[in-house]
Each structure stands twice: as C-alpha cells, then as structure tokens.
Ligand binder design. Structure first.
Ligand code: GYE
Length: 310
C-alpha cells in the first residue's frame, strides 16, 4: 500500500518548457503584433516565455541571450536586429545545447549555429513590390524614392535587392533617392520630407518603403506638402498592417505585401517535434508573401486585422 503512493508523482509530473525570446524592440506595428502573437502562442502551448526587449540594440540582444543560457532555458527565439556579429554568442548557446530559432530576419553565420529560421523570402517581397510598380506605371517614366529598413538588417538588404532586380529590365523606372527610415513611422515622415524638398514633389512618381509604417509616416509628409499620396505619388510597401489598409481604402496608398506576424507558431511546432523525438527541421521555414492592392476590399481586411495586436 505504501509503495503505490510513492509511484504516483513520478508518473503524473510533466514540466512545461521555458523559452527565451530576444525581441528587437517595437519599431513597427508589425513587430508589436509579432510580440503579441508570440506571447499568445506560448501561453496556448503551456510554454513559459521569457521576453527581452532589446530596444533596437544588438548588444542588448547578446546580453539577453547570455542571460537565457545562464538560466538554462530549453530554447531561444531570436529576432536578429542586424545580420552580422552573432557567431560568438550563438556558439555559447550551442555549447550549452540550447537550440536557437531565428524569427523574421536572417543572419550571416554558419548554419549549424541555429536550428532553423522562420522568415519570409525577403528578396521575393522586394520583387513583388517592384513588379507591381512596373505594371502600375505601364512604361511611363517613373522616379522612385526608397525608404530602406534598418541599416544592416536582412530585410533592408534583401528588399532593396529584390526591388532592384524586378525593375532592372524597366529603363523607365529609376530609383533617384534611397535612405534608411529605420522601419519607423517617425523616420519615414522625416526622410520623406527631405526627399520632397531635395527632389521636388512633382518629380517623384512613386515611393517604395521597406515597411508599411514608414509608408504611413511618408503619407503624412506628402499630404503636408500639399500632394495626394496614392495619386500624385504611388505608394508600395510591405507588411500589410491594418493602417496601410485604411490608407488604401482612402486611396492614399496603392499596394502592400503581407507578412504574417505568426512566426512563433511554426517555431514552437518545430520545438515540440524536437523535444518529442529529436526531429530536426529544415534550415528554413518560409512564410507566405501575398500582394494586396487598392482593388482589394481594404475595409474588410482592416476589420479582420485590427484586433490582432498591431
Ligand atoms: O517587415 C518590419 C519590422 O524583420 C521582416 O521588421 C521584419 C521587419 C518588418 O520592423 O516592419
């Protein structure tokens, strides 16, 4: 009788896993949604999430990862602010046998330093934006100003490259100015103001912004300059945040490429399989990229997205 009671705890106890998440910050509506969704996904799966906001600084992310390793977490999610400079700290995680999964941005480092990367094809996103513009201007001359994302980040590098590749066979389209707006609304507005001043609003045919938030800031600058965004200056960007659909509904923006904020779901699926029987995932889990334009039902899209944590 006594021995039966001793056996019970050993069978019934099941511990939840602990995952550290080094998030970049909250520069964009998209990233705010990613943070919300990651917390929800962890909760639904009974995972304890340790969340660290790096406020855009790589050194804070490196410190956070070291902290997670010291605490002995079961896995680490890393949204890397820039592409370079990760080898040393990722070696430390590897030595501690803690799997690292990259979320939404890539790094320049040997593949054995992370388990997998859950990202979109960011070159493709740029190509989708460029191809949309090619069709929209239909052979007419078009001077484009470009708002780049955070300097040195994989989406800024890849989205620029993809767009340039798409317009390479369109001599009528030229990028006349290109500068970083750091993926924020505030910088998008400031840099667009400087583009309008240096180029003259009438000489700008289109804006390509590496994310919607910068486009939303730029829309404000264009209006303040007395021009009509979406008409006088065509606007194409990336993310599909609720506010860009409101702008498209109002005719003030033209196209966006959707990026899901649910990068953590696939990451947790991969970890669950790994914890169950050691299954290793492919090195890249690619999320979808869908084009939306002002021809879509943007009121409905806005409604469907507005409560998702953006
Ligand atoms: O598009 C942008 C964000 O890393 C792909 O980062 C992501 C980008 C996203 O701040 O809005």
């Amino acid at each position: 009788l006594a021995s039966a009671a001793i056996l019970v705890p050993a069978i019934a106890m099941a511990e939840g896993e602990t995952v550290g998440f080094s998030q970049i910050g909250s520069e964009s509506g998209w990233r705010a949604a990613e943070t919300t969704v990651t917390k929800q996904q962890a909760e639904e799966r009974g995972i304890t999430l340790k969340f660290a906001d790096a406020q855009q600084k790589q050194e804070n992310q490196i410190k956070a990862i070291r902290g997670f390793v010291a605490q002995g977490v079961d896995a680490i999610l890393l949204a890397p602010v820039v592409a370079t400079g990760w080898e040393e700290v990722l070696e430390e995680a590897k030595d501690a046998d803690i799997p690292v999964i990259l979320l939404d941005r890539n790094i320049d480092a040997p593949e054995d330093l992370y388990m997998t990367a859950v990202t979109s094809d960011q070159v493709h996103e740029g190509m989708v934006a460029g191809n949309w513009l090619k069709e929209a201007v239909a052979g007419e001359d078009c001077s484009v100003v470009e708002l780049q994302g955070t300097t040195g980040s994989s989406p800024a590098i890849a989205r620029k490259k993809g767009f340039e590749e798409a317009i390479a066979d369109a001599p009528n389209i030229k990028i006349t100015r290109s500068q970083t707006g750091d993926f924020t609304r505030a910088q998008g507005k400031v840099v667009m103001e400087s583009f309008l001043k240096s180029e003259g609003g009438a000489n700008i045919c289109a804006l390509y912004a590496h994310n919607d938030d910068m486009a939303v800031g730029a829309i404000q600058a264009i209006k303040e300059a007395g021009l009509k965004p979406g008409e006088d200056i065509k606007i194409v960007s990336i993310d599909s945040v609720p506010d860009i659909h409101l702008a498209m509904k109002a005719g003030e923006a033209n196209a966006t490429v959707e990026l899901t904020p649910n990068m953590a779901g696939p990451a947790f699926d991969v970890l669950a399989a790994y914890w169950k029987d050691g299954t290793m995932p492919a090195k890249w889990i690619q999320t979808e990229s869908k084009l939306y334009t002002s021809d879509d039902d943007n009121a409905a899209i806005y409604e469907s997205k507005k409560d998702l944590g953006y």
